[in-house]
Design a protein around this ligand. Structure first.
Ligand code: SAH
Length: 217
């Protein structure tokens, strides 16, 4: 049974979290409002509710994690979202990042390789009023039949930028992806300048679970 209460206590804890990520350098007001509004505790197991508004990643099912709120805010801010942007998220996980993107008015397509997580998120999010399109599949390949996308966000660490994702970016579009070894990645911001030219920028170190090929199980 999913516990759907969002009490004044939770809202108060969220306000403190927003202050904390603001201190850490997030300035985009729409991002801060979304973090202040999406009830992160409902994306985690009930018994861990006291960890929901601490600025840390936390374990969810099948050895995966719900990303750290600061990281969610940083990646979201890097996307420079406009309302109705068509956004692909690779790595649905708990569905929290997808909910933040929906809250900001994006049209969201999210893909996950673990069936259990895909099922959890696709049931939970509509009950909270967030309606991304959910896909069970290998996000390394993107969603060729649904692209191209204005923005693409990858929430798992890859060794290189997957070519299919670059191809599915609109010209002028932005792809945000952590690149590196399993214990530390660099956030890469890739902008598609033209049909063949991409600009890349590196933005600091982060830690993510790995982007893996194929479906789980
Ligand atoms: N955005 C998530 C973070 C989840 S962690 C959240 O807000 O909770 C990253 C997720 O990426 C994991 O659930 C993992 O299973 C998934 N993942 C890893 N490789 C993938 C791939 N090739 N395709 C789709 N999902 C993948």
């Amino acid at each position: 049974m999913v516990q759907k209460d969002d009490t004044f206590r939770h809202q108060g804890m969220r306000r403190k979290l927003v202050e904390e990520i603001k201190q850490k350098g997030i300035t985009d007001v729409a991002v801060l409002e979304a973090i202040g509004s999406v009830p992160r505790h409902l994306f985690m197991d009930n018994s861990f509710i006291q960890y929901a508004y601490i600025d840390k990643a936390f374990p969810i099912a099948v050895g995966q994690t719900i990303s750290q709120p600061y990281t969610v805010a940083f990646q979201t801010e890097s996307l420079k979202l406009k309302k109705f942007d068509k956004v692909l998220e690779v790595g649905t996980g708990s569905g929290y990042q997808a909910a933040v993107l929906c809250k900001m008015g994006a049209t969201v397509y999210t893909i996950e390789r673990h069936k259990a997580l895909y099922d959890f998120a696709r049931i939970l999010l509509p009950t909270l009023g967030y309606r991304p399109q959910f896909f069970y599949g290998d996000g390394y390949l993107g969603l060729p039949t649904y692209g191209p996308f204005d923005k693409i966000i990858v929430t798992a660490g890859a060794s290189t930028v997957p070519e299919p994702l670059k191809q599915q970016l609109k010209i002028g579009g932005i792809l945000v992806i952590p690149i590196g070894k399993s214990n530390l990645q660099t956030m890469k911001i890739v902008t598609r300048i033209s049909e063949t030219v991409y600009a890349e920028e590196d933005k600091g170190g982060f830690v993510f679970v790995p982007l893996l090929n194929g479906l789980a199980e």
